[in-house]
Ligand binder design. Structure first.
Ligand code: ZN
Length: 270
């Protein structure tokens, strides 16, 4: 599933090919995504120039002169640039054809993604209640500390809550808690301010590193497969249940927290 770093990599990969381009046509071959693609998307977007591409959480905001295409990659979606004449394959549901002769092609085998139109995207119902971006100053350990007081839920689902901070998926939560030495089962409300300060720093470091790694794959957005560099940095805990801790040699444990597999080192994480 594309996580925040992959979505940010996608944004960086497609922006140079979209910015300043006029849309000549929108071709929708299958409207049935998580929500139906609006019937009038072609009428709304065609003829407009794209002024830029922003990201909010895992939503891409493709801003036209008037209005914004809000796109989410869901579980299996990707966006890439192809020659507009290239015949579409199965699951290639949408083409946004540009004056340049390229098309931004949306592929999504599982169709959990989204393509919606909004004149006011930041106040769209999908975006308005989102917490701060993790790599901005609006997110820090003080926020985690203050929002967690009296909370009895475990710290891992707490930091994965989009109202607390966006973009901390299972991989990043697992790795950040390992790096901060915090047991993912611990009650969010019982963790000290000092430990939350450390945790916030680790969340930022790990996400920033993953985005940096994704940057090495930007060329894959034109003509390539549109699969950005997935999290390839060394994993200490995620996906390693039953294996040995790289720091202390203890067997890593796996438990379920908020329906998600959670791996941790019982010795390094307290
Ligand atoms: Zn350990």
């Amino acid at each position: 599933m594309p996580e925040l770093p992959e979505v940010e990599t996608t944004r960086r990969g497609i922006t140079p090919h979209l910015q300043g381009q006029r849309v000549s046509q929108v071709i929708v071959r299958d409207r049935r995504l998580r929500w139906p693609i609006p019937e009038d998307l072609d009428v709304r977007l065609s003829g407009q120039r794209i002024v830029g591409v922003d990201r909010r959480a895992k939503y891409l905001l493709i801003n036209a002169e008037e209005g914004t295409l809000i796109s989410h990659l869901g579980m299996s979606g990707n966006l890439r640039l192809v020659d507009a004449g290239l015949a579409p394959l199965k699951h290639e549901h949408v083409d946004i054809v540009l004056e340049s002769g390229l098309a931004l092609r949306y592929t999504d085998p599982r169709r959990f993604g989204a393509m919606l139109w909004s004149l006011d995207p930041h106040n769209h119902e999908l975006l308005i209640r989102l917490g701060p971006e993790p790599l901005t100053d609006l997110f820090d350990g003080d926020r985690l500390f203050s929002l967690s007081r009296n909370k009895t839920i475990a710290v891992k689902p707490f930091i994965m809550d989009n109202a607390v901070v966006v973009g901390v998926g299972n991989i990043y939560a697992t790795e950040a808690l390992f790096a901060a030495g915090i047991d993912p089962r611990r009650e969010a409300g019982g963790i000290s301010r000092a430990r939350y300060l450390k945790l916030a720093v680790e969340i930022k470091r790990i996400l920033a590193h993953a985005i940096e790694r994704g940057g090495t794959t930007l060329r894959d957005f034109i003509g390539g497969d549109g699969q950005p560099g997935y999290f390839q940095q060394e994993l200490f805990a995620y996906g390693r249940g039953g294996e040995l801790c790289k720091l202390c040699g203890t067997t890593l444990r796996e438990v379920k927290l908020g329906q998600r597999a959670s791996v941790f080192c019982p010795r390094c994480q307290r």
